[in-house]
Design a protein around this ligand. Structure first.
Ligand code: MN
Length: 216
């Protein structure tokens, strides 16, 4: 079903807004993948992404996501950015750079409006090759964000091995920020860390007024 879903047009991108709390304006959107299955309805990425990675299908699927996201962002007004999640399996594929360059060229999107989100898993494997690709992307003007920070090993050495533009604080800390001072302190500490390193910090998954008030 997964393999058939791409030509059948069953994948959709949803765009989650990223708000700049300095001026309360939307600075861009993160492209999130959903699978609208003909009989099972909406299937969450957590269900199908690991399988797509296992069977190598993430490569063509990821390429579709990059192309769609760049094409959509090119039609947005002003300098709104689009963020795309790239998995470790995609980084293992030698064609990734060409896919990104091709998507930018075809869409006409300015590279500075594209942001690539990677997790530490990408750096755990093939660190040298990955850093090489990240530096090439950066040279084009593409922004690089460290995703889901604070979960897994989240070694601070990863923050030193590449000058990330942004740290995304994992949503699990934001979720209970209103009633857990531990989470609040973690969010504040990571934001301060990012600030000190000249990076932007984004709190993922803010859904309530109370959560917003806590982080501002
Ligand atoms: Mn992400």
């Amino acid at each position: 079903d997964l393999r058939k879903a791409l030509p059948a047009g069953e994948f959709e991108l949803y765009y989650q807004p990223v708000v700049n709390l300095v001026n309360n304006e939307i600075s861009g959107f993160e492209a999130l993948l959903r699978w609208n299955h003909p009989t099972q309805g909406m299937i969450a990425p957590v269900t199908f992404i690991p399988l797509a990675e296992e069977i190598g299908f993430i490569v063509p699927l990821g390429e579709w996501v990059i192309r769609q996201a760049c094409a959509a962002a090119a039609r947005w007004p002003g300098d709104l950015r689009v963020a795309v999640n790239i998995s470790a399996v995609q980084f293992r594929n030698a064609g990734l750079m060409q896919v990104i360059v091709g998507a930018l060229a075809n869409s006409g999107l300015d590279p500075t409006r594209l942001e690539i989100e990677i997790t530490e898993t990408v750096l755990l494997e093939n660190k040298e090759t990955t850093l090489d690709v990240l530096h090439q992307l950066r040279a084009l003007g593409v922004r690089i964000a460290m995703d889901d920070f604070g979960t897994g090993y989240s070694s601070l050495t990863y923050l030193q091995c590449f000058p990330f533009d942004k740290i995304k604080i994992d949503r699990s800390f934001v979720k209970d920020i209103a009633d857990n001072t531990g989470s609040l302190n973690i969010v504040r500490a990571v934001a301060a860390l990012a600030n000190g390193m000249g990076m932007t910090a984004t709190a993922e998954g803010v859904e309530t007024r109370e959560q917003l008030d806590r982080i501002t």
